[in-house]
Design a binder for this molecule. Structure first.
Ligand SMILES: Cc1cc2nc3c(=O)[nH]c(=O)nc-3n(C[C@H](O)[C@H](O)[C@H](O)COP(=O)(O)OP(=O)(O)OC[C@H]3O[C@@H](n4cnc5c(N)ncnc54)[C@H](O)[C@@H]3O)c2cc1C
Length: 459
């Protein structure tokens, strides 16, 4: 006999819990199922722990530079990796336990722990239990992709989850993958004191970004002593005693890098392989992403997919926005759609990259007439005062409508500054609104109007 609910949420990532609580708040009988740890990737092995570790790494970096600011530290800078991990664990635990407590104390909401698998389009099995509902909300997220690199089964490697257990300093960390996840770990461990090599298959880092952004980030990371092996087209692994040898077959330099540890950060795959999507008749694409429409409905009536597993976003804020879209349509009579949202994200190296809308390459490809503004961080008073002038800010504007098309801000506090641009984009207002706004001095944001005052045609 199946236990009957009005709605079942699978996964407690960044969309499921809020949606479950909203539905339960409307008097629906709701179940939420979690197979591992409450809070999913972001809380346990994604955003929260990495940003907590990055804070420790930045502290070490600033401490090493103390002399530049006239501050003398009497002794060497020592990183206690056990304490670093303990601090991270405490921050994560607080989020995870807070979430679990909230869910378990929410009225009309039943929390079930175990792996959910569809039996058919109206029932899921969790261990011996069968749960039934007319509505399902899938929020199963994703995990690190481990491609079948030659020799990968011969060596031990780390991924973003197992990195969370590291409480020691790897002598030489080889990071496979020069994109968002890999670069954050690379800089973090370099600052903790490891030797770090980034091995990237493509000729440049973070290939989705403009070349000037990618190049500038490379320069920043290299200036901290991170070694880059780009254009590594034939990556392979081999055990060498207690070390790992990575064949890189690069455009230049040695063909092998030998390190003490290796981290695989080469993309993510959705957790849909063991969900029983076939039994429910839910369509997935060739990579396993659940196919959804603009309101996150799957092809099966009553079944929705939210967060990373639908392939429409890969961030906590896109997953949470998915929840808002579904809740608005189902509960508020407010017609919200995925296509309403503007691309926005940050890369949390230091200094961070804040991104909104189109890249310069995308604008060029679109063929529209555009204006561009670019300003090095050396011109930002606040950056000079702080002694952190790496990076630049770049903005693109439609020459005819004056609407902002996109921005890439690489520099201190740019993960925050980007929102002043993003909000004007959401307001669908012309760039002149920010250009004429009086901003506070001394901030990074005060240079945005200056940059907009110096726009030039995009040649
Ligand atoms: C190292 C790293 C750093 C990141 N940093 C950032 C950042 O700074 N900012 C940002 O916006 N994003 C960041 N991300 C991405 C972000 O973590 C994800 O986009 C976000 O967590 C996606 O949330 P989600 O709700 O889709 O799924 P998840 O958070 O992955 O949650 C899915 C949940 O479903 C559960 N589950 C899966 N299958 C089943 C099943 N069959 N039955 C029951 N439960 C199941 C899982 O155990 C998990 O708890 C980072 C990711 C990584 C890996």
């Amino acid at each position: 006999m199946a236990m009957k609910y009005d709605a079942i949420v699978i996964g407690t990532g960044q969309a499921g819990p809020s949606l479950a609580a909203r539905l339960a708040g409307r008097g629906m009988k709701v179940a939420i199922i979690e197979r591992k740890r409450f809070g999913g990737t972001c809380v346990n092995n994604g955003c929260i722990p990495t940003k907590t570790l990055i804070a420790s790494a930045r502290t070490a970096h600033v401490a090493r530079r103390a002399g530049d600011y006239g501050v003398t530290i009497g002794g060497s800078i020592v990183i206690d990796m056990k304490k670093v991990k303990m601090r991270k664990d405490a921050v994560v635990r607080r989020s995870r336990e807070g979430l679990a407590q909230w869910l378990k104390s929410t009225q009309n909401l039943t929390v079930t722990e175990g792996h959910a698998r569809f039996a058919d389009a109206r029932r899921v099995r969790v261990g011996d239990e069968l749960l039934e509902a007319d509505k399902f909300f899938i929020n199963v997220g994703g995990r690190a992709s481990i491609p079948p690199f030659p020799g990968i089964d011969q060596v031990s490697y780390l991924d973003n989850s197992t990195m969370m257990d590291v409480d020691f300093l790897p002598a030489h960390l080889i990071v496979i993958g020069g994109s968002y996840v890999g670069l954050e770990f690379a800089q973090m461990y370099r600052r903790f004191g490891s030797e770090v090599t980034v091995v990237e298959r493509r000729p440049g880092l973070i290939h989705r970004e403009d070349e000037d952004v990618s190049e500038n980030i490379k320069t920043i990371l290299e200036s901290e002593g991170i070694k880059m092996r780009l254009g590594a087209e034939c990556i392979g692994f081999e055990k060498r005693g207690d070390k790992v040898a990575v064949q890189v077959n690069c455009i230049s330099g040695d063909k092998t890098v030998i390190g003490s540890h290796t981290l695989l950060a080469v993309g993510r795959i959705p957790n849909t392989n063991d969900l029983g999507v076939e039994q429910a008749g839910i369509k997935v694409d060739e990579r396993g992403y659940i196919q959804v429409d603009d309101e996150l409905r799957t092809n099966v009536p009553g079944i929705y997919a939210l967060g990373d597993c639908n392939g429409r976003g890969a961030f906590t804020h896109t997953a949470y926005n998915d929840y808002e879209i579904v809740a608005a349509n189902l509960l508020d009579g407010d017609h919200r759609r995925v296509s309403d949202r503007i691309t926005a994200y940050a890369l949390y190296i230091d200094p961070p990259l804040g991104r909104a809308g189109m890249t310069e390459a995308q604008v060029r490809k679109s063929g529209r007439k555009a204006l561009i503004g670019k300003l090095p961080m050396t011109e930002v008073g606040r950056a000079r005062e702080k002694g952190e002038t790496d990076g630049f800010m770049k903005i693109l504007v439609d020459a005819e409508t004056k609407k902002i098309l996109g921005a890439s801000l690489l520099g201190i506090e740019c993960d925050e500054v980007i929102h002043s641009i993003l909000d004007v984009m959401y307001a669908n207002a012309p760039y002149t609104v920010i250009q004429r706004a009086m901003h506070i001095h001394p901030t990074v944001s005060e240079l945005i109007p200056t940059m907009l005052g110096e726009l030039k045609p995009l040649e």
